[in-house]
Every structure is written in C-alpha cells, then in structure tokens.
Ligand binder design. Structure first.
Ligand SMILES: Cc1ncc(COP(=O)(O)O)c(C=O)c1O
Length: 342
C-alpha cells in the first residue's frame, strides 16, 4: 500500500506556503510585556470578527476552554453542557482538576442542547441542588458529525438564561459560519465568551483565540499566565494565524463538499449504521457502527486513516490536505468495504 488519505482529524493540516512566509518575516516582541505586534494584531482582528471588546491568543483550544471555565466559575459550581462536548469528554477531566467544578450533562447527540433540558437543571437550584455558573455549547458540535447550531437556537437558549454565562466552544466556529451563512459576530452576540481554533481547518500550526468583555478578559490574562500559556515571541505563530483568518475561512466550504460526498458513500457502504448523509453539513462524517474499531483498522489497512470518538462511533474528517482525488480513492476503498466488513 503506497497511498494514505488521512481523515483522522483536521488538526493534521499543514501550514500553507503563505503562512510559512508570514512566519519567517513576522515582527515579534515579548507577549508578557504586551509588546508583540503580530500577536496584538491577531487579537484585535479576531475580536473584531466576533464583535467582542478583547481577544487573547492562547496555545490550544483546550487551554482556551480551561481559561474560560476558570474565569466563569467558582469551585463547586455546575457547568451545564452536552455529554459529548470536548470540554466534558475530551479534556482528561481538566475542568474538575483545574477549577473544581462539576458538569450537569444533557443529551447532545443531535449537536444542540434542548433549552428545556438546560432550564430544568437551572431550576433545580430551588430544590437544594448546586449553583449553575455557566452553560457551555459547542459550534460546530464535533461528536454529532460537525453539526452547526442555527443562530435562532443559540439566541433562544441565551434568552432562557437570564444573567447566566453562556460559553461558546467554537473550535470549528468558522465551519459553522461557512455552512450556515451566519457571521461569527452574530453567533457570538449571545455568548459571554467564545473561543475558536486556528489550528484545525484553518491550517495554522498552533493556537486558539479566546474573546469576551474587558473585565473577564483581564481575568483570562491572569489565568493564561497561571496555566503557563503566556508565550514570548509568539508573533511567529500569530503571523500564521492572521493568514488563517484572512485567507482560509471561505475555503472550508470545499472541505464540507468533500465530507458530504463521503457521507453519501458511507451511508451506502454501511447501511447497518443507519447513517443519514444529509446530517453532514460541515467537515465531519460521524456514524455508529457495532464494530467501529474494526472498521477503523480495516480502513487503515486499505490506506484510509479514520478514528473513533466513542466505542461504536467512527469519525472521518476532511481538511485542506484532502483533495477530490483523495475522495475518489476513498470511494474506491469504501465500495468493496461494506462487503468485507460484514
Ligand atoms: C470542539 C473542540 N473543542 C476544543 C478542542 C481542543 O483544541 P486543541 O486540540 O487545540 O486543544 C477540540 C480539538 O479537537 C475540539 O474539537
């Protein structure tokens, strides 16, 4: 086998030639002294895109989430979130360890949180249950298959949360933007704080952005320091991030089209999964299969790298490193795959 198509994640993307050039010539300074012009420009640019007063550059999406949790909660508080969300299930218990909080979990397999599920938990405070400090949502929602939130659903959830913080894990916010035609600013007007990753579909090598109001972001700067996330001449990375925000958003539509093509193939190859290809609206194909791990191993043998995100859930992710030709290759692999995996 000579060919490999890597669909494990959009985190495997490589920086583009324009990013490499921008990195080589970036103006840099010490972020700890607020003196890195490239980082400052990136932060201002992102803040403007999400229409928040202040944004900060952090090393990773997990750190952005963890800073937000530290800023928006106190030990013993409850965070309401979907049980499949990254901040709940894919951060190695970081919120418990870093912030001594607990989650109240609601079903989010459809990608969104039902407002009534959320308000029931908030209401339970009157029944001697712990204080809810924030609600966290994920847009797009990874485990569900990159499902984007509809703007009205975010706004309606916001309206039901009188005074409570709403945090938006927008690791793939720009996929949602491109898929729905909603602007980043519109999505974020309901969110107290928001994060977005530069290092996934947008192809930057490192980094995420966290944004919110001035007072919370002042606290976020302290938490970034506490967590060791105040990088020094990080302008080299920010320069790539600027190219990502300026040139890589619109092209996410290509990843979505390729994912949708694969979704159709998956539905045919694995009828036992009951997968509905129309649920694929961004760059993730995620489907149930009783032998998910075997499916992933068999695909790998044939040159297609996939992954699992739960014991019986397979995930394929498109990104800038996947071409139309790769999709044709995957189609050929999947054609006889259904038969051999039965
Ligand atoms: C929804 C979501 N949030 C947060 C993260 C964390 O990002 P990072 O890997 O940059 O820490 C990821 C990463 O895959 C993610 O999918």
């Amino acid at each position: 086998m000579t060919r490999l198509v890597d669909l494990r994640s959009d985190t495997v993307t490589q920086p583009t030639p324009a990013m490499r050039e921008a990195m080589a010539s970036a103006k840099v300074g010490d972020v700890g002294y607020d003196e890195d012009p490239s980082v400052n420009e990136l932060e201002q640019r992102f803040a403007a895109m999400v229409a928040k007063p202040k944004a900060i550059f952090v090393p990773s999406g997990v750190m952005a989430n963890q800073i937000a949790v530290r800023v928006l909660t106190r030990p013993g508080d409850v965070i309401i979130a979907g049980r499949d969300q990254h901040v709940v299930s894919f951060e190695m218990g970081a919120s418990a360890r870093n912030s001594a909080v607990q989650f109240a979990l609601v079903d989010d397999r459809a990608g969104v949180l039902r407002t009534s599920d959320v308000t029931d938990i908030i209401d339970a405070e009157q029944d001697h249950q712990p204080h809810v400090a924030m609600v966290a949502i994920e847009n797009t929602h990874m485990v569900s298959g990159g499902i984007p939130w509809e703007l009205e659903d975010v706004r309606s959830l916001r309206r039901s949360l009188t005074g409570l913080a709403l945090y938006l894990d927008g690791a793939r916010l720009f996929n949602a933007v491109v898929a729905t035609g909603t602007t980043a600013a519109e999505y974020c007007d309901s969110a107290t704080m928001v994060m977005a990753c530069l290092s996934k579909g947008l192809c930057a090598p490192v980094g995420s952005m966290l944004a919110g109001p001035e007072d919370l972001m002042a606290a976020a700067l302290i938490e970034r320091k506490r967590l060791g996330g105040t990088m020094r001449q990080a302008g080299f990375l920010a320069a790539a991030g600027l190219v990502a925000l300026e040139t890589m958003v619109e092209r996410l539509g290509e990843d979505h089209a390729r994912a949708r093509a694969m979704a159709e193939m998956v539905a045919v190859a694995f009828p036992e999964s009951g997968y509905d290809p129309t649920s694929c609206r961004t760059n993730i194909v995620a489907f149930e299969h009783p032998q998910a791990r075997k499916v992933v191993a068999d695909l790998a043998e044939k040159g297609v790298l996939a992954g699992t995100v739960a014991p019986r859930r397979v995930r394929l992710v498109t990104h800038a490193g996947v071409s139309d030709d790769d999709v044709t290759f995957v189609a050929d692999v999947l054609k006889d795959f259904g038969v051999s995996s039965a």
